[in-house]
Design a binder for this molecule. Structure first.
Ligand code: ADP
Ligand code: ASP
Ligand code: MG
Length: 429
């Protein structure tokens, strides 16, 4: 049987975690398996620090890169006590590739440089995982995802060239599967000119679903630090329960509203081919986890999705004209032009209110400021920041009360069973 497994940062955060991952893979040695791996732990964040230091020409570049080196050296020292093992040279070479870039003055665009540098995280993790698998007697081939996932050159948010990707994956992967497992990187792709691209933060889930689609596999699994998909984020809520089955549609809705457990782009390719997605625990691999497939589920419990770092824009027409269809269309076009992500809207005759992403790390407050200025001729825009958006799917009155009662709600909306509430970021949940 053929499967694609995806292991995220937490599942390979240190040497012990990698050993645990390998013990899971040992059970599936006989299957035709592609293993998609993200960067270890918080390496991607650490590499973002390197990029920022380099791009802003500060003197911290080496210090930040050394942190990444140290962490990977620690992992290597535990997994490969023999320091003459070829993996040491391999990892050294991967760092050299990035150090070459860092030695030059930054001349290219930020997004381009970001992809060339941040992709190192996945290169390192997959080299280590593949070498360790082979050392443990599990034959594994290391495949460069940049030869498989072909994209345009929209750096940091690359679009897949499906036709080329399908061809490449079908050409490269099956022959290697005759011999053993295939290990490759999540998150990264390559352009036709051989530059590295990335698919957006958290994009490894999407990579796994692209491989699943192109290889027409029997199933895909993502291995997590949670038992499966829960009724809410266990980091925020204590009283969550496991959803043992959800439909593709429900999964798309949940991720659309911001449930972080799966990347939003993951579901569609799987749905297209009817490939089931299993969300399983690497802590308890025997657990059933969650299965996401095309079957209808009769009833769901309430599911809560919390989206932090939100702002509300109240857009009021200066000339007391109604906000009519034409004006709506123009406003949405302007929002799209400034790449502002709208999560909820509401309108009255003269005002249009939207709840939008406002993450300083993604430069979103500046985008909102630019939008406000662009609209100034026709509209007055007031901004309330420091908000969060709570979405309750399959809402019950009791659940809505739990979140709304006694709180200042800035915006509220109910569409069929889904209730959305915008409240202050500091409200305790
Ligand atoms: P990975 O690195 O494997 O992609 P993530 O950190 O992106 O893992 O996703 C796993 C985390 O998602 C969990 O640790 C959990 O805190 C969070 N999470 C948010 N919403 C949910 C949910 N509804 N069910 C399960 N986990 C959730
Ligand atoms: N390593 C990347 C990130 O942290 C991709 C991923 O983990 O999915 O965003
Ligand atoms: Mg993730």
């Amino acid at each position: 049987m053929s499967y694609v497994f995806k292991f995220g940062g937490a599942s390979i955060k240190n040497a012990e975690a990698i050993q645990n991952m390998v013990s899971i893979l040992q059970r599936y040695q006989k299957e035709r398996l592609v293993v998609v791996v993200s960067a270890s732990g918080k390496t991607t964040n650490a590499l973002e620090d390197v990029v920022n230091a380099y791009y802003n020409k500060t003197d911290k570049v080496k210090e930040y890169l050394d942190k990444v080196k140290l962490k990977h050296t620690e992992i290597l020292n535990t997994l490969f006590p023999d320091t003459t093992d070829p993996i040491y040279a391999d990892i050294h070479d991967a760092f050299i590739d990035v150090e070459w870039i860092l030695e030059e003055e930054p001349q290219d665009t930020y997004d381009y440089l970001y992809d060339q540098i941040v992709s190192l995280g996945e290169i390192l993790s997959t080299k280590i995982v593949a070498a360790y698998l082979n050392k443990q007697g599990v034959t594994a081939a290391w495949v460069d995802a940049r030869d498989c996932i072909l994209t345009d050159n929209t750096y940091r948010d690359a679009n897949i060239n499906w036709e080329e990707t399908l061809k490449q994956i079908q050409r490269i992967v099956p022959p290697l599967q005759e011999k053993g497992l295939v290990v490759t990187q999540g998150f990264i792709g390559g352009t036709s000119e051989n530059f590295t691209t990335t698919l957006g933060r958290e994009g490894s889930d999407f990579t796994a679903s692209i491989f699943s689609y192109c290889l027409d596999v029997k199933g895909m699994a993502i291995w997590k630090d949670v038992p499966g998909v829960l009724t809410g984020d266990p980091r925020i809520f204590k009283d969550v329960t496991l959803l043992d089955k959800i439909s593709y549609g429900e999964a798309i809705e949940m991720t659309y509203y911001g449930a972080k457990v799966i990347h939003p782009k993951t579901i569609r390719p799987l749905q297209n081919k009817g490939i089931p997605l299993h969300v399983k625990s690497f802590v308890n691999p025997e657990g059933a986890g969650t299965v996401i497939n095309g079957e209808k589920v009769a009833e769901y419990p309430s599911v809560i999705v919390v989206k932090e770092k939100q702002a509300m824009l109240k857009i009021v027409s200066n000339d007391f004209y109604f906000v009519d269809e034409a004006r709506f269309a123009a406003l949405f076009n302007t929002l799209a032009e400034y790449r502002i992500k709208v999560n909820m809207t509401q309108n009255t005759a003269l005002a249009f209110s939207v709840c939008v992403n406002n993450d300083p790390d993604k430069n979103e407050p500046a985008k909102i400021q630019a939008l406000t200025e662009a609209l100034a001729n026709d509209y007055t825009v007031s901004v309330i920041d420091n908000l969060k958006l709570i979405t309750i799917r399959h809402a019950t009155d009791k659940m809505v009360n739990r979140f709304a009662k006694g709180r200042k709600i800035y915006l509220e909306e109910k569409i069929r069973g889904t209730v959305q509430l915008v409240m202050g970021a500091s409200e305790k949940l």
